[in-house]
Design a protein around this ligand. Structure first.
Ligand code: MLT
Ligand code: MN
Ligand code: ZN
Length: 304
């Protein structure tokens, strides 16, 4: 299985257009050891030819150009993306669908009923796309039954229900329903190797830990180092937990959870621009490194 990280930042990317937080200011001025990041998306292939896109970020155009296998150039209009899977209905994970409206046929989009509901009501992207080639929706259930995707040879997928938050525009914003947020186990049917991917994760439930323990690679929510990171920067009084993200540094947080896992390679993804781990010389980044946890960057390429 070939995994390519197209975008490793959270919503807003890094630096964020209007942000002058400690990190955004320093990266613009070249005063920090680190790299900019586009918004959250990965792509996975079992045969090296056909690719499944996980989440479609507003930065998709530049992300596609940065990874040539997605544009094989076999016809005047072409793409190597055979299907799109959505983890949730958040703006940073779905707005790219609008940028992909020139596709020559309906996109095969896989998401839960809850996400489809958001994308036809609060943020009606699917309705807008119906004026172009439309969306061929495939329902993803949360009963953890593995499924395959036509065209995605050699891969098997399992949606893993997660506790997180529905987006601000969702009809279920303060009353989340199963399927508002899912992660995925992606298995290579030839090698048996698997990736666990969960860019938005609010709570480590037992079943989630089980998937993590059994994974060869984990790509997991790296949004914030501390729960009150946004208020500490004077940006917002919202806690990360109120946005459905579990922080890295607290007791029972992401770092505590990942540390004891022996089998998987452990990588943080969906990193908010306020997070000190973006500075490769920060004590927080060094602490992660010491604990065998990596920080994802755009263009990171993984083969398992
Ligand atoms: C989130 O995951 O909470 C999002 O990044 C928020 C956003 O895109 O505005
Ligand atoms: Mn996000
Ligand atoms: Zn910032």
């Amino acid at each position: 299985m070939h995994i390519h990280l197209l975008g490793t930042g959270a919503g807003g990317g890094f630096p964020q257009w209007n942000c002058n937080c400690h990190n955004c200011r320093r990266i613009r001025r070249g005063e920090m050891k680190g790299t900019p990041r586009t918004q959250s998306s990965i792509t996975v292939s079992g045969n090296g030819k056909d690719w499944v896109l996980f989440n479609a970020s507003p930065d998709i155009r530049v992300q596609l150009e940065a990874f040539p296998p997605l544009q094989p150039g076999r016809a005047v209009r072409d793409t190597a993306i055979c299907a799109i899977i959505l983890c949730d209905a958040q703006i940073d994970h779905t707005t790219g669908l609008i940028m992909l409206r020139e596709h020559i046929k309906p996109w095969d989009v896989y998401c839960t009923t809850a996400v489809r509901e958001d994308l036809t009501t609060g943020y009606p992207i699917f309705n807008v796309l119906s004026y172009f080639r439309g969306v061929n929706w495939h329902e993803i259930t949360t009963d953890q039954t593995p499924f395959s995707i036509s065209g995605a040879d050699g891969l098997r997928f399992t949606a893993v229900p997660l506790k997180s938050e529905a987006p601000p525009f969702s009809p279920h914003r303060h009353n989340t329903v199963p399927g508002d947020n899912v992660g995925f186990r992606i298995e290579d049917t030839a090698t048996g190797k698997n990736l666990f991917y969960a860019p938005g994760l609010g709570e480590i439930e037992d079943h989630v830990l089980h998937y993590m323990e059994k994974a060869d690679v984990i790509l997991v929510d790296g949004t914030v180092w501390t729960n009150n990171e946004l208020s500490r920067e004077g940006i917002s009084d919202k806690l990360a937990s109120e946005m459905g993200h579990l922080d890295q540094s607290s007791k029972g947080g992401i770092m505590d959870t990942l540390k004891p896992l022996q089998r998987p390679r452990k990588i943080l993804i969906h990193i908010n621009n306020t997070n000190p781990i973006l500075d490769e010389e920060s004590p927080e980044h060094i602490e992660l490194e010491r604990n065998g946890i990596e920080v994802a960057y755009d263009g990171m390429d993984i083969k398992i």
